[in-house]
Write a protein that binds this ligand. Structure first.
Ligand SMILES: [Cu+2]
Length: 139
């Protein structure tokens, strides 16, 4: 028994390390791909409790197509996008099937998050289900 436990602990630590690495990669800035039509495109996947990617850099005054989806699960999630002034620009109930949101935005920092919560528990946003869409002016 005493030999098995350390091996299990090692495996758990290895998994934790992998998980941390994946988290670090997801935290990096993500850029969009720009099509020949000039439309910027990015896919955002939600889950409990994250958005991947969570930091996105796009260009201002150029159409942006966001494909939204959620990992399979029983907990309902939403994608709320706010403008730099706090105005709500989008509120989408996330589904495993992709939904597309098309926006053309002015420069600024646009927070996105899931406002859902169970009863009096912390919101999903407070659990880390949040990110930022950075809209940069074009040179
Ligand atoms: Cu949520």
């Amino acid at each position: 028994m005493s030999r098995i436990v350390p091996a299990k602990v090692c495996r758990l630590l290895a998994l934790a390390a992998l998980w941390l690495l994946a988290g670090a990669a997801a935290a990096q800035d993500a850029a969009t791909t720009v099509g020949a039509d000039g439309v910027q495109r990015i896919a955002i996947v939600g889950g409990s409790y994250f958005f991947r990617p969570s930091h996105i850099v796009v260009r201002a005054n150029q159409p942006l197509e966001i494909r939204l989806s959620v990992e399979p699960g029983v907990i309902p999630h939403r994608f709320v996008l706010e403008g730099p002034g706090g105005e709500r620009l989008a509120d989408v109930n996330l589904e495993t099937q992709e939904q597309t949101l098309t926006l053309t935005l002015a420069p600024g920092s646009y927070p996105f998050y899931c406002p859902n919560r169970l009863l009096l528990f912390k919101s999903h946003r407070d659990h880390g289900m949040a990110g930022t869409l950075q809209v940069q002016a074009q040179e």
